[in-house]
Design a protein around this ligand. Sequence first.
Ligand SMILES: Cc1cc2nc3c(=O)[nH]c(=O)nc-3n(C[C@H](O)[C@H](O)[C@H](O)COP(=O)(O)O)c2cc1C
Length: 177
Amino acid sequence: MDVLELIKKRRSCRSYKPDPVPSDVVEEIIEAGIWAPSAMNRQDWKFVVLDDREKVRQAAGSALKLVKKNLPSYTPRDLPDPIFYSAPVVIMITMPEENTWAASDSALAAENMMLYSRAQGIGSCFIGLAKFLNDNQHMLKKIGVPERYRIYATLVFGYPKEWPKQVERKEPGEYTI
Ligand SMILES: Cc1cc2nc3c(=O)[nH]c(=O)nc-3n(C[C@H](O)[C@H](O)[C@H](O)COP(=O)(O)O)c2cc1C
């Protein structure tokens, strides 16, 4: 697959088989993340890998409560886990809260990880809603987020039940001035 084809084939997956992602592949996904550019090459990230079903369930429950509180118009998808989609692996990219570039660095690492995982036949989805977990210090501690770090990007990974259909994008010319 050439790079543009890979970029176009990455889709946000919201339905996963329960099969675990092998730990060496998880490590490679993180390796893809850390080869992203970071401001001043500080590489300030810590990747929190959650594959313990019970911890994921608790984090999803807490996130859902906080999302409902912060976004009153949010209607969860009618799924057993509308936050992490019952994916076997959740990876949170966390950074020190004082790093000015945390959001950019995390997003760049996240896209590398999603593209690499797609190339391995593994689906992914960026879970922006998980950022509300930053309001629950107790949960951050429980899932292993280091003190004074915050979640800037959360990704789920797993083998998709099926690959989602291509979603629409306009032609580049329509966005070009
Ligand atoms: C910053 C950001 C936050 C997102 N948050 C969520 C989320 O919380 N839950 C979800 O299901 N998808 C989330 N997505 C995925 C988008 O809905 C998805 O990328 C978009 O619909 C385009 O589809 P595609 O990724 O298949 O191209 C998020 C994407 C981004 C970039």
